[in-house]
Design a protein around this ligand. Sequence first.
Ligand code: MLT
Length: 262
Amino acid sequence: MRISTPEIEIAFDDVGGGSPLVLLHGFPHDRTLWTPQLRGLSPRCRVVAPDLRGFGETEARPPYTMDRYADDLALLLDALGIARATIGGLSMGGYIAFAFWRRHRARVRALVLADTRAGADDEEGRAKRREMIRTARERGSSAVAAKMLDSMVGATTKARQPDAIDLLRAMMTRAPVDGVVGALEAMMNRQDSTDLLADIDVPTLVLVGDEDVLTPRAEAELMHRSIPGARLEVIPGAGHVSNLERPAAFASLVSEFMDSLL
Ligand code: MLT
């Protein structure tokens, strides 16, 4: 589906009914990351999964910042007539969930923070982003995918799920270079959200794959400790893209969480 907002035309999936749950994909993914959860969660809630600006079928147009991605989401919710939703994000999607909380907190019913972190990039992280931007510009998204794929999935997935890896590689390879570069700049310049955590006063589910090396368990534990009343669930046998690696476990934890909000 596509919808025009005053700022940008956004492509998205919108399935199921009842309490709305937004799922924000990571980098450099698109909304097809959530295909298993659309199936798994739509019997319980209304699942809205957008392609972020510059990814999938949503136009690649600057500016690229976490605030802009968050404001795009607010415009999508306006266009869909959704006043308040549970906002779920994986990795970069989590960074956007924090920006959304900062800018539109009255619209947040609850949060799902999956395989993400609250902190900003340090100088070493920013240098890596600059290097990745060069890679994307000079050699395209397939080179970015080749560099990132190994750390994106866990050892269990590497041993047992070649199809999941192929799917992820294809998704990352087709990401438009402009969107990839824009997202890298947005991540590199994002605010630190650590100070925000203690003020989060909506139900929050923190999820992490126990084999996640990009945003490891310690990051999830920090968010869990700092957000009052947050719940932490560790997904065994999953790496950084835990929703794709253990789709049923991920969907069942989110489904239980959505039920707890009723
Ligand atoms: C993601 O999966 O969104 C990225 O790994 C996040 C990042 O590079 O910080």
